[in-house]
Design a protein around this ligand. Structure first.
Ligand SMILES: [Cu+2]
Length: 148
């Protein structure tokens, strides 16, 4: 049987080399690299929205609430295909339309409503819930689709 004899000095040298190697790797390891080009340059943009609810109690004990689209403002590049997915979380249902278009639909609690949109004209389009359109109807449940 052969026994490999390693002098004690060598063991220290080997440990030192491993340490320097790991240290160097830690310093020069690749970080997350920012890629060129904007996300808007990709083909289809998917925007996810949910229905939410704000609730509060006044000093006199009266409860007030407002339903919301969340996020309430989204930016969309014009003349690009966009998928808008709206998931119903709060509120039983939200029948809606997008002002200035023929787009309409309904968002139901626990279900996803998917719209395939393409805005040809720039401008601010309002996504309006017909049930909660203003303060007196537990709104305003309006999202602003900024097409630019
Ligand atoms: Cu609503």
């Amino acid at each position: 049987m052969k026994v490999l004899y390693v002098p004690r000095k060598w063991i220290l040298a080997i440990i030192l080399c491993i340490g320097i190697g790991l240290g160097t790797w830690y310093v020069v390891k690749p970080e997350a690299v920012q890629t060129a080009g904007s996300p808007a340059a990709s083909k289809r943009i998917v925007i996810n929205m949910v229905t939410g609810e704000f609730k509060s109690k006044l000093d006199n004990g009266k409860e007030i609430e407002a339903y919301r689209w969340d996020p309430g403002t989204i930016h969309i590049p014009h003349n690009q295909p966009v998928t808008l997915s709206i998931y119903g979380v709060n509120g039983k249902e939200h029948p809606f339309y997008i002002e200035g278009t023929n787009v309409k639909g309904n968002v139901i609690k626990g279900k996803e409503t998917v719209l395939h949109l393409r805005f040809k004209k720039e401008g601010i389009y309002r996504l309006i819930c017909k049930t909660h359109a203003d303060i007196s109807h537990n709104g305003p449940m309006i999202a602003y689709l900024v097409v630019d």
